[in-house]
Design a protein around this ligand. Sequence first.
Ligand code: HAM
Length: 419
Amino acid sequence: MAVQSPKGMRDILPPDQPIWEKIRKTIKNVADFYNFFRIDTPIAESVDLFVRSVGEDSDVVEKQMFYLEGRTGSRLVLRPEGTAPVARAYIQYGLSHLSQPLKLYYEGPMFRHEQPQAGRLREFHQLGFEILSSENDPVYDAQIILAGMRFFEGLKLKDVTIVLNTIGCRTCRPNYRRHLLDYYKDKKKELCADCARRLATNPLRLLDCKEEKCRELKKEAPIMADYLCSQCSAHFKSVLEYLEELQLPYTLDHYLVRGFDYYSKTVFEYTIEGVDFVLGGGGRYDYLIESLGGKASPAVGLAIGLERVIEVLKSRQLTVKVKTKPKLYLVYIGALAKKKSLRLIEDLREAGLDVAESLGKESLKGQLRAADKAGSPLALIFGQKEAFEESVIIRDLKTGAQETVPLKKMVESVKRKMK
Ligand code: HAM
């Protein structure tokens, strides 16, 4: 059997490139407007980075990491997400010395060893916006959520909804955690194996479980909103007020917790009615930088899954048409002309003229057919005789009219005819 791409990892073939280009352009427009600077971090990081940030008992760390073994026994992991690497870079390069808050964005591949299905890949691409050292001001939560919405709108996805919750802070969450433990303690037998185990370590994670029986149990579980400290309560209220001011559509989900350890306070996701998967998500991570060894720097961010966005665009026939200008076509006849064609193409390039060719094709008919297929308006026909005489035939491929011009005048004549 012929070699295949790895399971859950896709090629992006030429017909799909225009939509990716459009996505990158939209990202850049939003980033430039809201003053986010691009950051690129390595594809691989230390295992420790994700254990200490995403959390040891998260699905991502427990089940989904791709490990890389180095020759000397060193162990790295393909990055499953982009926030922890950005936080690592922020500390490593002392980015806190730049003007704060620091707004960063990235776009690139992430890796999670999941069972591939609709909207779920092992290699996928994320767009991420992060506001670091954001002084714990709720206005930045709103600005992050807004940036994501502007990205969707830039792609004509106008029915995205924000689902929102707050998971409190170091002060109020322990109390909520105790109430959750209390609620679940006599239900342990009804939980899935993962949740039964996580009950002791991280009961909030139970609210994120996708198993039917755990979802059923969650319906009566206590909610964070009832246990928020006054600071968290005021923070969340302000976030909602800012979203209302911006007229952004949101719904509250008291059980939204998201699966990573680094979150605190606001958490959110982007959804579309009728679409089974979440398009993106994020939240505040006020303690992450500190827990990785930096100085306390509250932050907030989001990531959007680009393959998921493309899937929705395609299902709505909202794809991108390629608008490429047809090029001139160079057609040669004979070995001498073929050799000299290489130089001729460079002359055209230097004159700023776009030219296509099929120099590997010998037959005149084959080359003209290729020119026709490419939609070229003009062909430059360069035969044995022309190669000797330093001339070229310019043929209008629509009318068939043609004229021979000296090579010295080629650029000028072509430009006139292309007008
Ligand atoms: P996340 O929710 O794990 O958050 O991922 C964000 C988005 O990446 C998801 O909503 C989804 O669109 C996409 N995604 C995740 N896993 C897959 C997969 N296996 N296949 C296809 N798409 C996938 C984060 O990664 C956080 N770093 C977000 C964040 C940034 N929080 C703060 N700043």
